[in-house]
Write a protein that binds this ligand. Sequence first.
Ligand SMILES: Nc1ncnc2c1ncn2[C@@H]1O[C@H](COP(=O)(O)OP(=O)(O)O)[C@@H](O)[C@H]1O
Ligand SMILES: [Mg+2]
Length: 263
Amino acid sequence: MVKKTVLVTSGKGGVGCSTVAARLGVAYARREMTAVLVDLSFGNPALDLACGLAERVVYDAGDVLCGRIDPRRACLPVISVPRLSLIPGSTKLDGVPGDAEVIRLFETLRGNFDGDVMIFDVPKEIVGALSEFADVTLAVSDFSAASLRATAALNRSPRAKVRMVLNRLPAEKEAGKDLPTVREALDLAGLPLAAILFDEPRLAQDELNEPGAFRARPAVDVPLKNLSIRLAGGHAPLLSGLIRGRKRRKILAAMAKRRLENA
Ligand SMILES: Nc1ncnc2c1ncn2[C@@H]1O[C@H](COP(=O)(O)OP(=O)(O)O)[C@@H](O)[C@H]1O
Ligand SMILES: [Mg+2]
């Protein structure tokens, strides 16, 4: 059985949910831990592409769900990242499976693999059913009001541990002029913070040019590495020294206003 399960979801599409899931897996693997990514987005999977494995998919999470294959046969190693592997999402299944089916799939996958962590990319339609079975659920949002409100509206069990990953903090103050502050973003979403990632314009290019290479991008990798340490009960800074000066003090002050629970 895998030691830890992490769900990654978002209230809205295009905010970086799959990116966070994949890169969090990379962060674990680069820390010498074994990580399995699972794409549960039935219909429009993304992680096979992101991991550079689109051409190699034979079996996927849908085949495991239907009980057609041994779950291990659906698991592909991510070539450029030792210790990271992927169970691709299903293109065949039409629509989202029911809660009971999804929970059964989750338990099957968790039970059939060893390793340190299993990270699930979960559409918002099924996260409500799954979240209480996972160790932690990360809700990803950018700083747009629409996404923050959609985060607040996510279905979740009162027994689930849900934390927020704020994505795409503008690196330049001017660029983020019209966006909510970190404090406002947390208030809108109504969740405790797990991590803040910076906007890294080169990410989209990386995905096109070298899918699956996961070239080091500290603006997202460092906060995710620190998150992986905190998820394991260790201590690592939220802001990782990447922000300095006035901006750092402002963010820290905003965080202090809201009780910060470690993810
Ligand atoms: N921190 C970031 N900085 C810049 N671009 C990002 C960041 N996070 C994600 N993106 C980009 O946003 C797009 C959508 O990301 P994706 O992870 O597919 O979103 P979702 O899974 O929520 O639909 C991708 O092109 C990705 O490269
Ligand atoms: Mg996605």
